[in-house]
Design a protein around this ligand. Structure first.
Ligand code: HEM
Length: 87
């Protein structure tokens, strides 16, 4: 069916930082990286460094030539959005 995309705040992202439940945000898109962990050429440990947080900078500094948007398209679960403000 049509996938439902989530609006993910940084604090929600932070709850998903374990290998069996790992999310990251790259360029504003949020991915479930758990299914990809074992396929990452750079290894599980390196990829886990972006789990639970915005990995845009670290990703760009390691391999900006990799087309993450196409590669992880099937793993996309939503968009990173700002924390709601109370004011
Ligand atoms: C290699 C994807 C995150 C470290 C690679 C390669 C791909 C890939 C496709 C092979 C590139 C090539 O041979 O030209 C991804 C994706 C990521 C991600 C989709 C995020 C969702 C990271 C992070 C780190 C990292 C966060 C470390 C901070 C490495 C290293 C290699 C590598 C060290 C080189 C492995 C080797 O050739 O021996 N990654 N990566 N990656 N990645 Fe990642």
């Amino acid at each position: 069916g049509v996938p439902t995309l989530l609006r993910v705040t940084p604090s929600l992202l932070k709850l998903h930082r374990k290998p069996d439940d790992a999310w990251t945000a790259i360029n504003g898109k949020v991915y479930n990286i758990t299914p990809y962990l074992d396929f990452h050429p750079g290894g599980v440990k390196e990829l886990m460094r972006v789990a639970g947080r915005d990995g845009t900078k670290l990703f760009a500094s390691t391999h900006a030539w990799v087309n993450v948007e196409m590669m992880l398209d099937e793993c996309m679960i939503g968009f990173l959005v700002p924390e709601p403000s109370l004011s």
